[in-house]
Design a protein around this ligand. Sequence first.
Ligand code: FES
Length: 237
Amino acid sequence: MDMVNITIDGQKVQVPKTATVLEAAKSVGIKVPSLCYHPELRPEGACRVCLVEVEGARSLVASCVYPVNEGMVVRTNSAAVREARQTVVELLLANHPPDCFSCQRNLNCELQSIAADLGIREIRFEGERKNLPLDANNPSLIRDQNKCILCGRCIRACSERQGVHVYSFVNRGFGTTVAPAFMSGLDEAPCTYCGQCATVCPTAAIVEKDDTAPVWQALSDPKKHVVVQTAPAVRVA
Ligand code: FES
């Protein structure tokens, strides 16, 4: 296999020529936060949480889609990188429902975890909130697109792993969301309820129905959809 030599955070690394900067960093135990990236899915470069500095590049680059090159010098934890990542995550949180403590994914949410790792305690931006109805009229899954960060993992999992192609991005700009064709519910789509989309979702935009969770029993009836705002958006350690 053809290899290249690069330097990451001062560490000399030899990686396959086909690797991305994120894969190279992971190979030597350097943690770069990521959200839209999933090791079993095609990388998309959508969320920009994995930004790093590459010497000679005109701007910060998304490490999950940036290929390595011989002699490349990468910094994953400079002040500019940390500030950019923090801004990206704050913008994601700015229009995210602040109901972490009552959320099924509380303490098991990648967005929440990255925000905590970045030390985000306050959000500088006040974003508009989406007010899309829950999709829960099916036996297995609950979709809450108000919690979707548009990472596209569910789209890729459904098409790449299952070959079903239920989801796609719909609309534009702030109105962009992920949904089955014609914005239908899953009960009207060719969904097999395999749950792959819920497995890869980094937030609670798609979760499996859990009959043991009283709050989600209530939420599974769209008429009873109440977002409980009892907690700040970000867990404070
Ligand atoms: Fe790289 Fe989202 S993880 S852009």
